[in-house]
Design a protein around this ligand. Structure first.
Ligand code: HEM
Length: 516
């Protein structure tokens, strides 16, 4: 049976067009591969299928484990083909440092993704932009708000929202994962839009759905045209993926637009609080790249700010339920500073006296990297390294989980062991792990991510006990941290003592009743 498409219904045979395309592609690729193999030399290649290469070998879940297996088989670097894209996986800190960090000037672009970046994001999502003037301009906007000097701007929001977090854990412990989402989302919404959300607000969920949709679309093989961008050359009316991509872009924009419209209404009513979006709306730079870019700049802040810290906090909870050894040490440190009878909550002012909690935060970033196989960047000019010759256009990624769990990199890597970071670099958030990425594309929001996680876990560990539930083991290597609709793993959460409950009640109630 022939499929018929849109306005050409009855006149075009879709399988014939695709077959012709694939044949042309095959010829072109075979020739290109032959020529390339003469001129360039790449690390060992994982065998795969013609045209699609290794696209269908990379599992949609547990990619970190897949990355570990390949690294064991193929060594410090290996090559994969995802569609036409050649990926080189870097499996040690040494090579990540040599290439993606030290040679970042040429290792910092992104591959062409006509669906995920072009259609779904209108070319306006900073995370997916090629290394370009537009990326630099938007990165500057991100830096204006996320830089270290703005730590003081974020601190009161993190203080308030983490007290609300404790209150939610006390009153709705089964909703702990929703409470994490609310916390992270309300911190960024407070700073950017001057508003906050209650537990289970549908806007938080809708925002997380837009991030899940784009993260899913980034998987190699999620879309044919991203694997084989030559399909982009099909006439627009034949691009069967386009309407789906456009709907996704509209969904994102409507989530972002709603917040802008809400802020405008509050300005009109004279009730808007000072916030980043207000300043941004007035700045000439905001509209330089058009309305879609304006919305995606604010939207990227909302998405990146909401989705990341909440996952890291969940990882710490899993680690606390699985291994009491480090929890005992963390508690001792917290009790020494805040009192063992719930005298007061830990605060940012205590950070210097609680280095162990900073080590816990760093260990959380190392232990289960959120970007399990890293986040790929594209080389922009030919390069040579240790006998290899890479062509411009090669995609590189740091094999995050494989590096994090390699015993040549870390002693007892499977163990959640904050002591490994108790050294002179304990205050340097990025040092000693790759979870924020290397080089010029490294996370812009790492200060905010770090302080979000620090204050949340210091207070949660001070006030609550986390235990596994009998008969329901936590498999922390196979948890889908991205999951936001239900708890990513089963865990029992109980307040430490009646005194701690009273402290949470007292502080939390004020936070919950703070409305804006
Ligand atoms: C809490 C933990 C967080 C982790 C583990 C994390 C991790 C990452 C990673 C792995 C990347 C990609 C890096 C690369 O391509 O090399 C990234 C990019 C980014 N992150 Fe984060 N992030 C976190 C928090 C945040 C927060 C709170 C914000 C903002 C409020 C943020 C904003 C961004 C932005 C804007 C980018 C894109 C950078 C670019 O492509 O130029 N992140 N992050």
């Amino acid at each position: 049976m022939a499929f018929k498409i849109g306005p050409f219904e009855g006149s075009l045979n879709w399988p014939t067009i695709v077959t012709a395309f694939l044949t042309l592609l095959l010829i072109q690729k075979t020739t290109a591969n032959y020529l390339q193999s003469k001129k360039y030399k790449l690390p060992p290649r994982i065998p795969g299928l013609p045209i699609f290469g290794n696209t269908f070998q990379l599992p949609p879940m547990d990619q970190g484990l897949w990355g570990i297996e390949q690294a064991k088989k193929y060594g410090e670097m290996y090559t994969c083909k995802f569609g036409v894209n050649t990926w080189v996986f870097l499996n040690s800190s040494r090579v990540v440092n040599d290439l993606m960090e030290k040679r970042s000037a040429i290792y910092s672009s992104r591959q062409n993704m006509p669906m995920a970046s072009g259609i779904m994001s209108g070319g306006c999502r900073i995370l997916l932009m090629p290394y370009s003037d537009r990326w630099r301009a938007i990165r500057k906007v991100m830096h204006t708000i996320l830089n270290k000097q703005n730590t003081a701007t974020f601190a009161p929001f993190q203080d308030l929202e983490s007290k609300h977090l404790l209150y939610d854990y006390l009153h709705n412990p089964e909703q702990w994962y929703n409470a994490n989402q609310r916390f992270a989302n309300s911190v960024i919404m407070g700073v950017v839009f001057g508003k906050r959300f209650e537990l289970g607000h549908p806007h938080t969920r809708e925002l997380l759905e837009t991030s899940t949709e784009i993260l899913t679309a980034l998987q190699p093989g999620a879309s044919l045209v991203d694997a084989l961008p030559v399909f982009e050359k099909l006439p627009t009316c034949l691009q069967w993926w386009r309407p789906r991509g456009q709907r996704a872009q509209e969904r994102c924009k409507s989530v972002y637009k709603r917040e802008v419209a809400d802020l405008e209404a509050r300005v009109e009513a004279g009730t808007a609080r000072e916030c980043f979006a207000l300043q941004f709306m007035k700045s000439p730079d905001a509209h330089k790249f058009g309305e879609t870019q304006f919305l995606f700049a604010l939207g990227s802040l909302m998405e990146a700010g909401s989705d990341t810290s909440r996952m890291t906090i969940s990882q710490v909870i899993a680690a606390a339920a699985l291994d009491k050894r480090w929890v005992v040490t963390a508690r001792k440190a917290l009790d020494a500073v805040c009192g063992s009878n719930a005298e007061r909550l830990p605060d940012f002012a205590d950070r210097e006296n609680l280095p162990y909690l900073s080590a816990v935060t760093k260990e959380a970033f190392r232990w289960r990297p959120m970007a399990q196989i890293g986040f790929p960047t594209m080389l922009t000019q030919d390069d040579e390294y240790e006998g290899y010759k890479f062509p411009a256009g090669t995609i590189f990624t740091w094999n995050a989980t494989a590096i994090a769990l390699d015993e040549r990199e870390y002693e007892e890597p499977m163990r959640f062991w904050p002591e490994r970071f108790m050294n002179e670099d304990v205050g340097s958030v990025m040092k000693g792990h790759w979870s924020f990425g290397p080089g010029r594309r490294a996370c812009s929001g790492y200060h905010v991510g770090d302080s979000n996680v620090w204050i949340a876990i210091a207070r949660l560990l001070y006030c609550f006990d986390f235990e596994p539930i009998e008969g329901q083991p936590i498999d922390s290597l196979r948890v889908s941290w991205l999951e936001h609709r239900h708890a990513p793993f089963p865990v029992s959460i109980k307040v430490r003592s009646p005194q701690h409950a009273a402290l949470v009640e007292r502080e939390g109630e004020i936070a919950v009743n703070t409305k804006y």
